[in-house]
Design a protein around this ligand. Sequence first.
Ligand SMILES: Nc1ncnc2c1ncn2[C@@H]1O[C@H](COP(=O)(O)OP(=O)(O)O)[C@@H](O)[C@H]1O
Ligand SMILES: [Mg+2]
Length: 289
Amino acid sequence: MQRIAVINQKGGVGKTTTTVNLGAALAQRGYRVLLLDLDPQANLTVHVDKRPDLESNTLTNLLIEDAPLAELVQPTSSANLFVVPSDTSLAGVEQVLANRIGRETILREALDAFPAAKDFDILLMDCPPSLGVLSANALVAAHHVLIPMQAEYLSLQGMAKLMEVVQLVQKRLNQQLKIAAVLPCMVDARTNLSVEVLREIDTHFGSLLCKSRIRNNVKLAEAPSFGRTIFEHAPDSNGARDYEQFADEFLAMIGSPMPATRSTNAGGSPTPTVAPQAPDDDAAAEGSA
Ligand SMILES: Nc1ncnc2c1ncn2[C@@H]1O[C@H](COP(=O)(O)OP(=O)(O)O)[C@@H](O)[C@H]1O
Ligand SMILES: [Mg+2]
């Protein structure tokens, strides 16, 4: 199972949208994908149609009580796409773990001990907008780092700090960690602003900058409120096309694993029986781009 941390300590840059829709694009191609919600705001949990307030088994149980990961994995409405939900109790984790020795390695240990890891191809970890213990757990557990970036002024602000933390984790706790890519999100190619910002990101990151671009697309912004991925909500939208295209580039970046064909259930969870839903609204009526 390839483990990817989707991280940027800035909020609202496209981390959760990328985690859900990249995951869904990979799941459609037959990869077994596990999404992990590491943000106490639980946006990812809501995006895949779970109710954080009703969840009794969340990532908090794993981080505080050493609950086995297998007990936390749930199917979603998309085939091959699974989730470990979070809820607001995750906000208290940083404090509870503050004095605990080895607090940054809890998630890695849980993943190493996860018996169903071989039943999943890809793990995507959606990080909170901070560089605390939760993000540290993701970086320590990860093989690759994916950095979504909003194409706007000041988007590079904070990048030096993020790189510093990644390098520190590489040096002390996880030598195999690699920065896979920087993905520009919410790009509006019609504005000089986006073009200029992309040039700036290119100068800064060079070959790490993805060729794919996630354009501004209202369908991507709508999908979470329906608890649907973009492929369930608006499969013909630019948002769906952009994440499809990025999935190709992403697979090449992480070394194109072959999707495992399996008949067994993963994580002790039932294989989802609900087929991806057709969108109710007219996907052809693109709101933007
Ligand atoms: N490409 C896009 N086009 C339009 N809206 C987007 C796009 N990507 C994300 N959004 C919206 O922008 C907001 C922030 O995105 P989100 O993925 O939640 O960021 P983060 O997880 O980094 O805080 C959300 O309301 C989301 O629906
Ligand atoms: Mg988020």
